[in-house]
Design a protein around this ligand. Structure first.
Ligand SMILES: C[S@@+](CC[C@H](N)C(=O)[O-])C[C@H]1O[C@@H](n2cnc3c(N)ncnc32)[C@H](O)[C@@H]1O
Length: 160
């Protein structure tokens, strides 16, 4: 069985969509047919990335422009990128270094897109709370011996 954005379900021949007829105006039910993230431009390479149309639907139906959307398990930042385009404010967190870098890059991309479209865009800030995975941010080389890593850490941590 396959699912698509606007398309119906296909069960190897007969289309279930035909049974519904024209779905325009139909109230969404508990089954949402939204395609998973494929290899297109939306894909940022994060293993658990969710599709933007899914978040768009949730955010539009549960918030207004100017509201704040929060996702404390942000992953690749889908729940931050979508509200940025929908004139919402956002706040996100994640404990993973890769997640933060992916999200940062993605949001810079959104800023660029908005700028190119002559739309207003906002600056954002990344805060590093605590010292979790801090060695990666300050640039300690994990390939060094432990003693060297420690000395490297002391220098870089002061400079950071
Ligand atoms: C399923 S992914 C989120 C995917 C996201 N919706 C997207 O579209 O990319 C869950 C995320 O939660 C993060 N995470 C897990 N435990 C956490 C915790 N205690 N605090 C903050 N983030 C956490 C993981 O690093 C992972 O990036």
């Amino acid at each position: 069985m396959q699912a698509g954005y606007g398309g119906g379900l296909s069960t190897g021949g007969a289309s279930i969509r035909q049974a519904y007829g024209n779905e325009n105006g139909k109230i969404p039910d508990t089954v949402w047919r939204i395609r998973h993230v494929s290899s297109g431009a939306e894909n940022v390479g994060y293993p658990t990335q969710k599709p933007e149309p899914l978040l768009e639907r949730i955010i539009k139906s549960s918030s207004n422009e100017g509201d704040i959307v929060a996702d404390f398990f942000a992953g690749s930042g889908t729940t931050l990128a979508v509200p940025e385009r929908l004139n919402r404010k956002w706040i996100g967190s994640d404990l993973g270094k890769f997640a933060i870098h992916t999200t940062r890059k993605r949001l810079i991309g959104v800023q660029r897109q908005l700028k190119n479209l002559d739309k207003s865009w906002r600056a954002f800030e990344i805060l590093n709370l605590g010292k979790y995975e801090r060695q990666y941010y300050v640039g300690v080389n994990p390939g060094l011996r432990q003693e060297e890593q420690r000395s490297n850490w002391n220098i870089r941590n002061r400079l950071f």
